[in-house]
Design a protein around this ligand. Structure first.
Ligand SMILES: Cc1cc2nc3c(=O)[nH]c(=O)nc-3n(C[C@H](O)[C@H](O)[C@H](O)COP(=O)(O)OP(=O)(O)OC[C@H]3O[C@@H](n4cnc5c(N)ncnc54)[C@H](O)[C@@H]3O)c2cc1C
Length: 384
């Protein structure tokens, strides 16, 4: 495992309603030698105190190795960005790095930097580093944001462009207000503004923009080697908290032939849940020993009754995030939550028992797609 480094916060401020800029001072070791465009792998603490590892591009140029800056958008419910936004002056954080190959080796070819949102961190460091060097090549920066509320660093970038004729900067707003007099549209609309693309392209931020820009550039014959990418995220990508992902993997190795999906009102009691589960199991000749795991909605992960259920039965509960639930398109009628989570967790489309409601609890049972064979029989423990 890479050696963990330690740094502490020396300044922190909100640049927009959702983007925080945090400056760190290196503690252990006292310097962070790096190249412009690289990132660190932050070891954040999630709400359940589990370690969550996320990449963050270093937004400052590497001139001062004792300090570095991050620029982080807060993703509601996102453990790492929430952690960074909670740091105050003096807070310490651990990370590994620097990592990454989003660096500039060529000193001659025209440099085209294209970013969306906080993708500006990575290209901003490249820009700062490049302009500090006495080179003649042209540098362009096209930065895409949604609207005026998302804009930061504007005056700084405009001042850089005014002071250095070789640098040109365009801000593209995709959904500006009526009063916006700058460029309206997406950054990809700017790619061919000056004719055929030439030189090097550094694309950073939203994975969808990067894929589109790459395709557009490649279609003109630009070589793969001329395009560098730093994908911060892919829209629609679902990320399960590390601890939940590990728990799910461990559950796949548990014996049991069925998954019990649960839907419950907040505050439902442990006894009521257990009674509903047992009644439903008995109705199809199953018993608790046949249950590989329970599954429910992540919004219920704080319910003490579910923790009591695991404690009393020895059967773990898996928690599913809303985007994972939205993926379930397997039946024509609108499925119930308990059915969706049961099928998702079981990895199967087959429901042994569709939704049954008992008081404030709904239960559905799905057969595990590839049950672990225990004692030579995948159905060991099943009540005759
Ligand atoms: C090399 C690299 C460098 C990165 N540098 C930065 C950086 O400098 N600043 C920064 O804010 N983020 C950066 N990211 C994204 C960062 O690693 C996390 O993914 C992000 O902060 C969300 O983490 P989370 O734990 O809070 O939420 P998660 O639970 O991990 O994510 C929740 C959802 O948010 C989406 N998401 C992630 N980032 C964004 C975003 N910026 N805008 C909209 N949706 C998003 C994810 O696709 C996911 O679906 C970088 C990613 C990579 C791979």
């Amino acid at each position: 495992m890479a050696e963990l480094k330690k740094a502490c916060v020396v300044a922190s401020c909100m640049r927009t309603p959702s983007v925080r800029e945090v400056t760190f001072q290196m503690l252990e070791p006292t310097t962070l030698p790096r190249r412009a465009g690289q990132y660190i792998l932050l070891h954040a603490r999630g709400p359940d105190w589990a370690v969550v590892k996320r990449a963050y591009s270093i937004a400052s140029a590497p001139h001062d190795p004792t300090r570095f800056r991050l620029c982080v958008k807060h993703i509601p419910g996102g453990p790492a960005s929430t952690y960074i936004h909670s740091l105050v002056e003096g807070s310490e954080m651990r990370f590994s790095g620097p990592w990454g190959k989003f660096v500039v080796d060529d000193e001659v070819q025209e440099l085209n930097l294209v970013a969306t949102g906080t993708g500006m961190s990575a290209v901003g460091a490249l820009l700062e580093d490049e302009l500090a060097r006495g080179r003649a090549r042209r540098v362009t920066l096209c930065w895409g944001l949604r609207n005026e509320a998302d804009v930061f660093r504007l005056h700084e970038l405009e001042a850089m462009a005014a002071a250095r004729p070789r640098f040109r900067f365009t801000l593209a707003l995709s959904r500006p207000t009526e009063g916006w007099s700058g460029f309206r549209g997406r950054v990809t609309d700017l790619l061919f503004r000056d004719g055929e693309p030439r030189g090097l392209y550094y694309l950073s931020g939203n994975g969808a923009m990067i894929a589109e820009a790459e395709e557009m550039l490649r279609s003109t014959g630009l070589s793969e080697a001329s395009i560098r990418k730093e994908v911060f995220f892919t829209p629609g990508q679902i990320r399960v908290p590390l601890s939940e992902g590990q728990k799910r993997q461990a559950n796949r190795r548990r014996p049991g032939t069925v998954v019990v999906g649960l839907g419950l009102h907040a505050g439902a009691g442990a006894e009521e849940i257990l009674a509903a589960v047992e009644t439903t199991l008995i109705s199809c000749n199953l018993r608790l020993g046949d249950v590989r795991n329970f599954a429910t909605n992540a919004a219920r992960s704080d319910e003490p009754s579910l923790h009591a259920l695991t404690r009393d039965t020895g059967v773990p509960v898996e928690f599913y995030l809303p985007p994972e639930l939205e993926r379930d398109q397997s039946c024509g009628a609108i499925p119930s939550l308990c059915e969706v989570v049961a099928r998702l967790s079981a990895g199967s489309t087959e429901l042994l028992v569709p939704k049954r409601k008992t008081g404030s609890v709904t239960v559905a049972i799905a057969a595990v797609a590839s049950p672990l064979s225990v004692g030579g029989s995948a159905h060991a423990g099943r009540t005759p």
